[in-house]
Design a protein around this ligand. Structure first.
Ligand SMILES: [Zn+2]
Length: 182
């Protein structure tokens, strides 16, 4: 175990507890981060699991006007309960993440971007309305709707964010960390 992260005034720090890199030509990275000091964060549990694998996964919108393949995707799904995500998705926004250059569109005729704020946009299919992507304007990565990926995804829920804005008609039933903001 060794220190991995620490902000300047030490109110936020974390330790990496396990890293594994496979040697079979299919590179894997497994990182377990445990926050040791998190007074500036709001969740009660702060374990982040990230697992990327060099394994192609495909996704598409419902009508097929947008389809894509991703070379390496984050194993965890972040579920956002904020008002924007509730409205644009119809319930909540469950997304995994990838480097943008690992995402290749096999069809993007239907892709439309919506600027949902000054700093972020959301991608959807203008033909069938499927919610597909979210992306910060200055981000090198891209969020991808977990629901549009082909099964089996082999993904797992990593955390819930903006739980303070959650709708009132459901409860969170898994054990993933619940964070009031993000
Ligand atoms: Zn579509």
């Amino acid at each position: 175990m060794f220190n991995l992260l620490r902000c300047d005034n030490a109110v936020l720090s974390a330790q990496m507890t396990m890293v594994r890199v496979a040697a079979n030509g299919c590179s894997e990275l497994f990182v377990d981060l445990t926050f040791t000091q998190f007074s500036t964060l709001t969740a009660t549990t702060h374990t982040i699991r990230r697992y990327r694998r060099d394994e192609m996964i495909n996704g598409r919108c419902d009508c097929g006007a947008v389809s894509f393949e991703i070379e390496a995707v984050r194993e965890t799904v972040t579920i956002c309960h904020c008002g924007q995500c509730r409205r644009t998705s119809g319930h909540l926004w469950a997304s995994t993440h990838a480097a943008y250059d690992k995402l290749k569109f096999t069809k993007d005729d239907g892709l439309q971007w919506y600027s949902s704020s000054d700093f972020a946009k959301r991608g959807f299919c203008k033909s069938c309305g499927s919610s597909l992507f979210d992306r910060m304007n200055d981000e090198e990565g891209i969020g991808i709707a977990a629901g549009c990926l082909d099964l089996p995804t082999n993904l797992q829920v990593g955390k819930h964010i903006f739980v303070k804005d959650k709708a009132d008609y459901y409860e969170i039933a898994d054990n993933a960390p619940q964070i009031d903001t993000y």
